[in-house]
Design a protein around this ligand. Structure first.
Ligand code: SF4
Length: 349
């Protein structure tokens, strides 16, 4: 391995260039574990830019972990709707209840790891940022920086153990151990603003002279990734049914399973075969003059979804489910795929 990129140098860079983020403490201030934990859960699989408006809304509605714990699950899901990965919102609520019941967040990685929805990365991030535990949390940004400075050319995911070792190697320096919270966030910021995925700005990087991948001329190629498996396709038909009073038929998905507990417009199963009219008619909530509105395409973790949206208007809705005012659907816990269906169908209302 090349010489260890200096933690002192990175921290000096961070002191000048750190990003100001709403969950981040100002220099010299203690971080709020609730804010740190909430941001880390929201940032999983999502960008800072996408998270910011949700984060502000969440903090306004649930300013403390006790307020979040005491909120009805439906309110939490509605505030989360649009961020995706809805099991995380349920775990977030369960975690808030556990933390409120025990009087605060545990201060160790093991204690945090035992809470609902907190995996090894989040436990390490909260421990380092909120409680100053000397550990290096490896998110996507840190993974990229570590792979580059240590020039790990094996593809992901096989390279993960080597990258974790490299990240720990970076953190095993007196300056990093003295400022674990800042060191973790400095790595996040370096990855997000300088050591970016496709065009790393090596010329302005504090680790320019010690980065092994830059010296080898392959920085932008790392980390390499194994080819992605093609996700299978699923098909569904969903029904936008409105009445004379401008209300739409909704239903709640079962509490467990995919998009559990979220709101949707009624529909068929999502299956491997496309639906023809003879097949979907039986799943329509009412007999009506159904007309096709269009198709929604959406990628979920394990499959690609194609949803045909059908619309009808009837004087009175008599069907299983509940009615929601069309203009108030923003307050419903609609997952992103359903928001796409609503956006498509709402021209028909
Ligand atoms: S020198 Fe370039 S590749 Fe290496 S850490 Fe800095 S920005 Fe990333």
């Amino acid at each position: 391995m090349s010489p260890v990129p200096s933690a002192d140098t990175l921290l000096a860079w961070y002191d000048r260039h750190r990003r100001r983020l709403p969950w981040r403490a100002e220099p010299g201030q203690a971080a709020d574990p609730y804010r740190v934990w909430l941001s880390e859960i929201m940032l999983q699989q999502t960008t800072v830019v996408a998270v910011l408006p949700y984060y502000e809304t969440f903090l306004t509605r649930f300013p403390t972990v006790a307020a979040l714990a005491a909120a009805p699950e439906g309110d939490v899901m509605a505030a989360w709707a649009g961020l995706g990965y809805y099991a995380r919102a349920r775990n977030l609520h369960a975690c808030a209840k556990a933390v409120a019941a025990s009087g605060g967040f545990p201060r160790t990685i093991d204690g945090l790891r035992a809470l609902p929805g907190i995996g090894p990365y989040t436990a390490s991030a909260v421990a380092a940022i909120a409680f100053g535990v000397p550990t290096v949390p490896v998110d996507g940004n840190v993974e990229r920086v570590a792979a580059r400075v240590a020039c790990i050319a094996a593809p992901l995911p096989a390279a993960k153990p080597a990258i974790a070792t490299a990240a720990a190697w970076l953190g095993d320096q007196p300056a990093a151990i003295a400022r674990p919270s800042d060191f973790a966030q400095a790595l996040f910021d370096l990855g997000a603003t300088v050591c970016t995925p496709t065009s790393p700005a090596c010329g302005v990087c504090p680790w320019f002279s010690s980065c092994a991948a830059r010296l080898a001329g392959i920085a932008a190629e790392l980390p390499r990734k194994a080819p992605k498996a093609v996700r299978p396709m699923r098909y569904g038909v969903h029904f936008w049914l409105t009445d004379a009073a401008g209300r739409v038929l909704l239903r709640r998905r079962p509490p467990r399973g995919l998009l559990g507990g979220m709101t949707e417009i009624p529909g068929t199963d999502w299956r491997a075969l496309p639906w023809d009219e003879a097949a979907w008619t039986d799943h329509a909530p009412m007999k009506a003059a159904w007309r096709p509105v269009g198709e929604v395409r959406h990628g979920l973790t394990h499959f690609e979804l194609r949803i045909t949206v059908m619309a009808a208007r009837v004087p009175v809705i008599v069907a299983d489910g509940f009615l929601g005012a069309v203009e108030k659907l923003d307050a419903e816990a609609l997952p992103t795929v359903m928001r796409k269906c609503v956006a498509l169908a709402s021209g028909e209302r």
